[in-house]
Ligand binder design. Structure first.
Ligand code: 5GP
Ligand code: MN
Length: 339
């Protein structure tokens, strides 16, 4: 981190800290937030973690989960969040870098006079923070939190709870140490976290091997009925209506990972999942090699992320969102057919 000395002295006296992460947080978003919260609490700060929405049940085991303020349709948590943000001396934004991605909370943070810190690994961050721990090479935000603690020379404060939260982020954002963002460094960080008490087997089980029967049935349905391959564009896509999600009793997080199946098909270079969240259509993109889904998501679907893993949204109907995607494919065909 640049200006590390100034940051260090900022942390030296107790403050009112708010940690915010992105909409529908995944294990990296929540794990990095709760890991950092554990660390800052140990340093004597008063810390609150706020999420702009709910998140999957398979993340509820994370130490600190019980005190997370998750915004819902109910106005209570949002009022509580507004008050905490107003009173905060220090606000951390983790695992996202565009305040527009957290709707109302983004506005509140913009208005706040607190010192702002960005910890993130997504491409093209918005410049709003006073301090940044940012790297697009880092596979996870949790890894960046670990490195920041290391830079502060306070690794001794990482206990087994903090280590478990951070390990979960490193594990999931590398797809279980499989994606092309998995560097030597990720293994180093992971091994340090295991040394400090994270249990790789337990954490993997809690995140990957705790399916509800409904979720497995939904996966089966998507793979057998909804997966479409377009060989001419080396593209696979899946589309789920609100009715279908309802029929399978889908819960938050149940669609996570579906998009990866498309990318495992021989010769497919891009996989897209589209589903109806009711207030908008959510899109997930994955690609292999040089093909940048970040560019596609940013330019056409108000989103972004990483080169090979991005997300976005659409205000069109589900069918019109598909039409829009299909109409874009010819423009990208030459890139999709490369190598
Ligand atoms: P997923 O497809 O798993 O939801 O997201 C893939 C990656 O893209 C993650 O790093 C996620 O943070 C990012 N991402 C997902 N949705 C959006 C979005 O709407 N906007 C931006 N900027 N990034 C997103
Ligand atoms: Mn992440």
């Amino acid at each position: 981190m640049k200006k590390l000395a100034a940051f260090k002295s900022l942390l030296a006296s107790p403050g009112r800290v708010v940690i915010v992460t992105h909409f529908k947080p995944d294990a990296d978003a929540l794990g990095s937030s709760l890991g950092l919260a554990g660390f800052l609490t140990k340093k004597g700060h008063q810390v609150s973690v706020i999420t702009p929405s709910d998140y999957p049940d398979f993340l509820a085991w994370m130490p600190g989960n019980d005190s997370v303020i998750a915004l819902t349709k109910d106005p209570g948590p949002e009022q509580q969040a507004a008050k905490l943000i107003q009173q905060a001396t220090l606000i951390f934004c983790l695992d996202f870098s565009n305040l527009s991605r957290i709707s109302n909370l983004g506005e509140m943070i913009k208005q706040s006079g607190a010192v702002k810190v960005l910890i993130d690994h997504h491409l093209e961050p918005e410049a709003f923070a006073d301090f940044e721990q940012w790297s697009a090479e880092a596979a996870s935000t949790a890894g960046l939190v670990f490195e920041l603690i290391e830079e502060l020379e306070e690794k001794s404060l990482i206990d087994r709870n903090i280590a478990a939260c951070l390990y979960a982020g490193v594990m999931t954002d590398t797809g279980g140490f499989r994606h092309n963002n998995t560097r030597y460094r990720e293994f180093q960080i992971a091994s340090e976290l295991v040394r400090l008490g994270a249990d790789p087997h337990q954490i993997a089980r809690q995140i990957y091997d705790t399916n509800s029967l409904e979720r497995l049935r939904l996966t089966g349905y998507v793979l057998s009925e909804k997966l479409v391959v377009l060989p001419a564009y080396r593209t696979a896509y899946m589309m789920l209506s609100h009715e279908e999600l309802k029929k399978f009793g889908a819960q938050t997080g149940d669609t996570e990972g579906l998009v990866n199946y498309g990318l495992s098909i021989n010769n497919v270079k891009m996989s897209v999942l589209m589903y109806d969240r009711k207030e908008e259509i959510k899109l997930s993109f994955r690609s292999l090699g040089n093909f940048s889904v970040n560019e596609l998501a940013r330019k056409h679907f108000a989103g972004g992320g990483h080169r090979n893993a991005s997300g976005g949204s659409s205000k069109l109907s589900l069918d019109d969102t598909l039409k829009k995607l299909l109409a874009l494919l010819p423009e990208y065909q030459h890139l999709l057919l490369e190598d």
